[in-house]
Each structure stands twice: as C-alpha cells, then as structure tokens.
Design a protein around this ligand. Structure first.
Ligand code: SAH
Length: 464
C-alpha cells in the first residue's frame, strides 16, 4: 500500500484549488461536500466556478496562485490542465510544506483523491493507487446501489446515542445491539416515520438489550480450506466475522485471518511438524476458558477440521466442560490438490475408494495396509508426507507396487505459489528432496497431472 488512506478533519480549514476549468471544477464539486473553506485561484474561471463563488460555497481569487496564498492551507490542488502552471504550483506547495495533489499526475502528487460514496457521516473512499480508475468507478456504482440512502441518517442519529449505549458492556453485547439497530430496528423505524423516529427506536432497543440475559460463549470449529480465501464457505466467513477470538493453525494463511474483525483476539496455536508448538492440552484449555467467559471462539483449522486436525480431542474437551460447539466443514488438501492437477480422486473402473493417509503419526512414521495400497489403480492422498517420502516409497515397493506408479506432489495447493511436481513411485523421495518444498505439500499416490506442462518425467532405471 503506497498510499495510506486516512480521513482528514478539514472542518473550517483552508483548501486551495488552482485552476478555472473542468479539472478544477470536478475537484471543487467534490470538496464542496466537505466542511472545508475553499479558495479557487484562476485568472479566467469558467462559469460554473463563478456560480459556486456567487452562491458563497467558495472564495474566488481572479489571478494565479502565489506563494503567499499558501500560508495556512492544509491541501492544495494543482488543477490548471497546463503542465507548466501545474508544475509551478507543485513547487510552491512543496516549498510551503503543504500537501499537494497534481491532478492526473500520480508521480508528482503527495496524495490522491479517492472515488467517494457519500452517506454522510458514512463515507466510503475507494482508491486503486491510480492503477484502475475504471474499476474504482465500477465499485463506486455498485456501492451506491447497495448502500441504502437511509444509512446517513441512521449513522447520524447513532452517533448521538453512543454514550447511552455504553450502558451495555463493551464487546459482543454492545455489537449485537448496534447490528440490531442498523440491520433491523433502525431501517424499519426510518421507513415508517423518518429520521425523527430513530432516537425513540434506539431507546426502546437499548432497554430490550439491557433486559436480555448475558451472552453464552461457544466454540465453532471452522475448516479454513487450503489457503485461498475464496475457498472458504459462506458459513466459515460469517463465523470468522462474528468471532471474538480466533485460534488458528500454522497453515492458515494471512488472507484468511484478515477476514476476522479488527478487534478480535487472534492466537496462533501453530503446530509445526516436529518443532515446538502449543501443547494440545493448552489449546483445549484456551478454547474452554474463552468460551466460558462468554466469547465466541473460532477454532480455525487448515483444510477440513475433520481431517488430521485433532478435532475429536478438542470437541471432547469442550463437551467435558459443558461448552457448546459446532463444526463447519472446509475443503481438505486432498480435494484442493486433485483439483490442482485436474484429476478425479476416484474413477469408475480404476479406483472405487481413496485413502487419506498421514506420513507420520505420534509414534513416528505411520504404518498402513501397504499390500492393499500397492495394488494397481489404488489412489491415496498422503498428508504430512514430505519427511516420510522415503519410508512410504520403500514400504509400497516392498509390497509389490509398480515402480512407475504415478505420484504427484502438490505444494501450496490453491495458493498463488502452487507447484505441481510429477513423479513416479521409484523416484518419489529423490524428487521430494530435489523440489526443496517450503510450503505444505500433499502427495497424490496413483495420480498423474493432466496438465501438459507437468509431463511425466522420463523413466529411469532403479536399483531395488
Ligand atoms: N486439516 C488439513 C490437514 C492438516 S495436516 C486438511 O484437511 O487439509 C497438514 C498437512 O496437510 C500438510 O502437511 C500437507 O500435507 C497438507 N496440506 C495442508 N494444506 C495444504 C496445501 N495448501 N497444499 C498442499 N498440502 C496441504
């Protein structure tokens, strides 16, 4: 983010616009919505600017801007549509230490003016750092349609009621009160009797909320999917948005955590393969403690919470403590990796079952029914298989699996840095080592990628 968005208090402060034609007029019209004092400088101002001056919305100085004009200004716009004159204004502003916007010139501007959706006091500013003004306009049009005109009055009246609402404890209870007002009670009262009905509606709603019994906490186990935030379910998004506390795995990506509310407590309980991590008992205790104190906890697990996620242990801990909990499923890495290589996990007449297996468990390398897996056509999704690749390869070949059985490693499935490595059983461990995998990786045993660019490697002789 090169341009950091802020809302500047311009009430009663001076803003200068240099220019008398269309560009200056556009800025003046936008600025006229604010409470700033506006001065336009132009030796030959257009009729519209003269009209704005005539109705008292701005002061018109009928000459070019000078250095002495800049004293006390908070912002200056160079909007002359004349490169030399604009450059002169930018230089004057710099010398005076006043922030300057050089219209349509990102490089020489200190700030840029966003596209604005105005429901005063609710204001949405949309910026694309100059990259896509068309997109900004499209977003603005969409927001103009979706934000009800009543939003302004609703927020204005709410502002005067904030002190009263503090009778409700900070956090969820107060938040629920406000969301009730904005989504239900406020719009209804406004539709019936307009803005005048809002203070009464707020008072009545507050009384109802003060009477209500205190909030009971809960734990929601949420599958965060393989990493792409677009692959979260709507329920998962809602739960995240609603959470007071989010306790997440190491593999949950920052883009997903960004969807939590800014005030939510975010705890990384990451378990990293063999490295130190938050002990399970501590995670269980944390879940129970927060929920018992009335908070809504989201336990965010990568992929699907029911696959290699120690879900039962945490649900059992909640149940034992009388904490209510629920599970929202997510897309597991096996589905994500299969999608990434354009292959089906099951296929008629090839495999009517698929195994989700782990490379290692609490006791070390995990044992499986290798003989069954070694049969032609079998498919398995191997989780946590990086370190155990050699072991798995050895076991399968020892039990008669064909050395040229296709195996595909999918690293960081669905993420921007997804990598697909096509291999064969005989070279699996070698290829895993060579790939130098930094992200999470899933090994798809029995499947080759469909993509042309990931063509199977040439067959090699192997010594058993
Ligand atoms: N509950 C998760 C699995 C947790 S175990 C799920 O359903 O996906 C962690 C293992 O999942 C990692 O070692 C890796 O094998 C796999 N994994 C998780 N996210 C992945 C991703 N984006 N790409 C590839 N593998 C992934």
């Amino acid at each position: 983010m090169k341009h950091f968005p802020i809302f500047l208090d311009v009430e009663g402060r001076d803003i200068a616009v240099s220019g008398g034609d269309e560009a200056a007029l556009a800025k003046l019209r936008l600025l006229a919505k604010s409470d700033a004092r506006l001065t336009a400088y132009s030796a030959a101002p257009g009729a519209d600017i003269r009209d704005l001056a005539a109705c008292g919305r701005l002061t018109l100085v009928p000459r070019a801007i000078e250095a002495s004009d800049l004293a006390g200004k908070v912002l200056v716009y160079a909007a002359n549509e004349d490169a030399n004159e604009d450059r002169r204004v930018v230089t004057l502003a710099r010398e005076a230490g006043v922030l300057v916007n050089h219209v349509d010139n990102l490089e020489t501007s200190d700030f840029i003016t966003p596209a604005v959706v105005d429901r005063d006091p609710v204001v949405v500013a949309i910026g694309t750092e100059g990259a896509a003004p068309v997109l900004a306009r499209a977003i603005k049009a969409e927001l103009e349609e979706s934000l009800p005109p009543a939003l302004g009055p609703l927020a204005r009246v709410a502002k005067g009621f904030r002190q009263m609402a503090k009778a409700l404890p900070f956090g969820r209870r107060r938040r629920t009160f406000w969301s009730d007002y904005y989504s239900r009670v406020g719009p209804r009262a406004f539709d019936q009797d307009g803005e005048a009905a809002l203070p009464g509606a707020l008072e009545q709603l507050l009384a109802e909320h003060l009477d209500a019994s205190p909030e009971i906490g809960s734990v929601t186990f949420v599958g965060a999917g393989p990493g792409d935030p677009d692959l979260l379910t709507l329920k998962a998004r809602r739960a995240l948005h609603d959470a007071d506390v989010v306790i997440h795995d190491r593999l949950v990506t920052p883009g997903i955590l960004d969807l939590a509310r800014r005030e939510a407590l975010i705890v990384n309980a990451g378990k990293r393969g063999f490295a130190p991590s938050t002990p399970q008992a501590e995670i269980n205790a944390m879940l129970v403690r927060h929920a018992s104190e009335g908070r809504h906890v989201v336990r965010l697990k990568s992929g699907d919470a029911t696959v290699f996620g120690r879900l039962d242990e945490e649900v059992d801990a909640c149940a034992a403590a009388g904490v209510s909990c629920s599970v929202i499923p997510g897309i597991t890495a096996a589905s994500a990796a299969a999608a990434g290589i354009g292959r089906s996990l099951t296929r008629r007449q090839r495999n009517s079952s698929v195994q989700l297996i782990t490379g290692h468990d609490v006791e070390g390398y995990a044992e499986h029914d290798w003989r069954a897996l070694a049969r032609p056509g079998e498919v398995a999704a191997i989780y946590m298989g990086k370190k155990s690749a050699r072991f798995i390869q050895g076991r399968l070949m020892m039990h008669g699996a064909a050395p040229d059985t296709p195996v595909t490693i999918v690293e960081s499935a669905t993420r921007a840095d997804q990598r697909v490595i096509a291999s064969e059983l005989a070279c699996l461990s070698e290829d895993v080592a060579r790939a130098d995998l930094a992200g999470p990786a899933l090994v798809l045993y029995g499947l080759a990628p469909r993509e042309a660019e990931a063509v199977a490697r040439p067959k090699r002789e192997i010594a058993l």
